[in-house]
Ligand binder design. Structure first.
Ligand code: CTP
Length: 404
């Protein structure tokens, strides 16, 4: 622990996931953090003050007006003390109160006085989580700069299965620990990433798609967020979920939607990484009804989609860094270089379909990175998460030397 940021306040609210907060306290203590806890009255129906105080080795703070603490304005001094506040689990109630500035108990009052980052890990029934008011309140918290640790999908205490289960304590700890202690070399940078395939509709039930899983782009998004960037991930249809609260995920289906979403935010970005397998062609028209097999032949008329990478390449400023991807099967390096120049990217990441274990639907990849001035860096065959780190590290080195 050398950043000196080791004071954590954990806020526990009244949901069954409160029992997992005990593990969270232990994880922070084990890794050398000082932990103070504030819990709502409802939380104390699930966990006891004695357990919390024994694990945190600090007095539990629950009452706004505690006669034994009269010399100190506890919610303010605790907020000042904290390098970071983690609300886990966060019920719909505390999310609503914090979003609207209501302060009627120890935790909600402390939240309004917090100075450092606030992480919120929602936990509730899946229908409650999907409810529009709850989603709106979560969006308000995001806009305040609060970091939402998305709940996961799975078996819920109410007996149903759905999205609403609090993220596991190990994962919450990892996100907060990385935030406070990690190498933050992309802090203050905005990074946009495209990922996944696009689906181009033929009729209401059919589409033209491709085998991209989105894993490469999602791995880059997670790595960039862990290194301090504010990330916008524009993704086509995938089964993947994002974990880091600094990732703003924008889901799209078609190449045209991806184009629109990227162009809406491109000028605010410092780094853009276009790893999506965007369809090059789309049906000129989508049939309004399902196409019946009444003829022996079916002619589909396809038109070119707009190239997102090339359009951004034409418009980008000198202070923006643009990375393209190329998937080639022959004359790989020459084709990749051609793409780099025609699309005006600063760097191109060449994937080879020839390498066993690389490319679509694999956990691993092997890439060659090439810059405009033909500096190259090659990676071995390794996990896409590690490749993501290699790509961002190289981009960081290049942009740093450009700035210097
Ligand atoms: N790309 C894009 N928008 C498109 C098509 C491609 O942004 N409409 C981006 C991809 O995300 C990738 C790069 O362009 O970063 C290369 O895409 P690729 O399909 O391999 O190259 P093309 O230029 O389409 O050339 P070809 O298919 O002929 O190899």
């Amino acid at each position: 622990m050398d950043t000196g940021r080791n004071h954590i306040v954990i806020g526990i609210t009244g949901g069954i996931a409160a029992y997992k907060s005990l593990l969270l306290i232990r994880l922070f203590k084990k890794h050398g953090y000082e932990v103070k806890v504030t819990a709502t009255r409802h939380a104390l129906e699930f966990v006891t003050p004695l357990t919390i105080e024994t694990l945190s080795q600090n007095k539990l703070y629950t009452e706004l007006f505690d006669p034994t603490e009269h010399r100190d304005v506890q919610h303010v001094s605790m907020a000042d003390w904290a390098d970071c506040v983690v609300v886990a689990p966060a019920t719909a109630n505390i999310i609503g109160k914090y979003a609207h500035g209501i302060a009627d108990d120890a935790l909600s009052t402390l939240l309004l006085a917090a100075r450092g980052p606030v992480f919120v890990a929602p936990a509730m029934n899946d229908r409650m989580f999907a409810e529009p008011t709850v989603q709106h309140n979560i969006e308000l918290l995001r806009q305040k700069g609060c970091r939402i640790i998305e709940p996961q999908s799975g078996f819920l205490a109410c007996g149903t299965t759905g999205t609403g289960r609090m993220e596991e304590p190990e994962q919450i700890f990892a996100v907060v620990d990385q935030f406070l202690q990690g190498e933050q070399f992309l802090a203050g940078k905005r990074v946009m990433i495209t990922a996944g395939p696009t689906y181009e509709p033929i009729d209401p039930v059919r589409f033209i798609g491709n085998h991209s899983s989105g894993l490469m782009g999602f791995s880059i998004a997670e790595a960039a967020a862990e290194w301090g960037a504010e990330v916008t991930l524009v993704t086509g249809p995938t089964n993947l979920s994002t974990h880091h609260p600094a990732i703003r995920r924008v889901d799209v289906t078609t190449a045209a939607q991806m184009f629109e979403q990227c162009m809406a935010v491109a000028d605010q970005q410092d780094i853009m990484v276009m790893s999506a397998a965007v369809a090059d062609f789309t049906p000129e028209q989508t049939a309004p009804e399902k196409i019946k097999k009444t003829t022996d032949h079916l002619d589909l008329h396809l038109v070119k989609t707009r190239d997102i990478l090339a359009t951004i390449g034409q418009q980008k400023r000198a202070d923006q860094f643009l990375v393209g991807f190329a998937l080639e099967t022959e004359n790989e390096k020459a084709n990749a270089l051609k793409k780099l120049h025609t699309k005006n990217a600063d760097m191109i990441v060449l994937n080879s379909l020839r390498t066993e274990g690389a490319g679509f639907r694999t956990q691993t990849n092997k890439v060659l990175m090439i810059t405009r001035d033909e500096q190259t860096r090659e990676s071995e065959l390794k996990d896409k998460k590690e490749i993501a780190c290699d790509i961002l590290r190289f981009v960081h080195e290049l942009t740093n030397s450009k700035e210097a």
